[in-house]
Design a binder for this molecule. Structure first.
Ligand code: ADP
Ligand code: MG
Length: 252
């Protein structure tokens, strides 16, 4: 049997001493898109943060593996170098840093290059901006400074494309995303996947609309720190019509 790209085995995780993930298992193979859905406070963002190694969360039992290698000893930087990408990593505006300057540093860190040719980055960047339908002037703007919701999304998808991750984790926060911004994410992820078919993707979302565009291979329902049901896109449709109540009663 092939080794999963990313595997979580019975992961228990705490923040501030509270157990949030209570035995979560998940296997993602190359090229797959997995959607994680669940009510507010279920632990979706915790899952994303734990995969990235956020220091505010402690894994108390279980393990996460990237291509069979245990992640727990790796810092977030090391995880990024090994190809784990978490969107919303840098949501703050950074004044004085342009999109291209930021990307050059991020790519250098990921690819372990001492120095990266400015020209090389610029060519790659221009090519991706073109594919993603972005205005070239965007590269010179200051990072997240006055970006609209759609521009922030495009910027994230652009980061994802240029960083060439093994596993991309997209945590779509629960508010503030209009339908256009969702389409930007869905189309962007589709475009990146076409170029990098091996990439595994985890999309955390409330939005069935996003899943209609993205068409995940698997949908998982996360309730109270556990995956209570897994299935196909039809699960998203059930959630859209009936909410999460039916899943809360499923015994763990
Ligand atoms: P979701 O993304 O599914 O809405 P979260 O993972 O953000 O849920 O949070 C799950 C639960 O864990 C919530 O009850 C939240 O208050 C709690 N939690 C999340 N992060 C922390 C933290 N750093 N410290 C304490 N409690 C936290
Ligand atoms: Mg969340």
């Amino acid at each position: 049997m092939t080794t999963p790209l990313l595997e979580l085995v019975d992961v228990h995780a705490t923040a501030d001493g509270n157990e949030i993930l209570k035995g979560l298992s998940l296997r993602i193979f190359e090229g797959e898109v997995h959607a994680i859905m669940g009510p507010n406070g279920a632990g979706k963002s915790t899952l994303a943060n734990v995969i990235m190694g956020h220091p505010g969360y402690q894994i108390t039992a279980g393990e996460i593996y990237l291509r069979g290698q245990a992640l727990s000893a790796w810092s977030p930087d090391e995880r990024a170098r090994q190809g784990i990408f978490l969107a919303f990593q840098y949501p703050e505006s950074i004044s004085g840093v342009s999109v291209i300057q930021f990307l050059r540093q991020a790519i250098a860190a990921r690819k372990n290059f001492e120095e990266l040719s400015v020209l090389e980055v610029r060519l790659d960047l221009m090519e991706w901006m073109d594919r993603l339908g972005m205005d070239p002037a965007f590269a010179e703007r200051h990072l997240n400074d006055g970006f609209s919701g759609g521009e922030r999304k495009r910027n994230e998808v652009l980061q994802m494309a240029l960083l060439d991750p093994e596993v991309a984790v997209l945590d779509e926060t629960d508010s503030g995303l209009d339908i256009d911004a969702l389409r930007v994410v869905a189309r962007g992820v589709r475009t990146v996947r076409e170029a990098r078919p091996h990439m595994g993707t985890i999309v955390v979302t409330h939005y069935v609309k996003l899943l209609e565009e993205l068409v995940p291979d698997h949908v998982h329902v996360l309730v109270d720190g556990r995956i209570v049901q897994s299935g196909g896109v039809e699960l998203a449709t059930v959630i859209e019509t009936s909410g999460y109540d039916a899943f809360r009663t499923v015994p763990a």
